[in-house]
Write a protein of this length. Sequence first.
Length: 165
Amino acid sequence: MINNLITVEKMKVLILYDSFFGNTEKIAEYIKETLEEEHDVNLIKAGDFKEADFANVEFLIIGSPTRAFRPTKDITNILNKYPIAIKELKTAVFDTRIDYNTIKPKTLSSIMKRSGYAAEKINKRLTKIGSDIIASPEGFYVEDSEGPLEKGEKEKAQRWLLGIF
């Protein structure tokens, strides 16, 4: 008797991130650890990214800290420089952020509410590019501007991924 084996190819995933104090990097690393058993995952910091890193990628996850209400310059530059390559990919986005409800003074909290976070701005750019966005942007909270991550954020990342994969 001959066994019919079905081989499922691993999806090639690129996690492209930037990080200032290590919090976004921690979430990116956790995402990689969660996905790498079933997928071919490459984790690259935005400053080390090269166009060749897009080779054979099917799914792009972008992570950025929220800096002055937007993504980092390196992430923005990549989005602006490679729209054709990005357009062909499935995408999802996350950021690290401070909960604006905890910011004092309230004036700054109000500004943050109106200005938003990095993930929404990246997602808006991906929409303009025409990328296949397959998940709502997600934010992971830090306790203070330099961190650490709030308790439960790694578990939140796992729940977010379960909704995607």
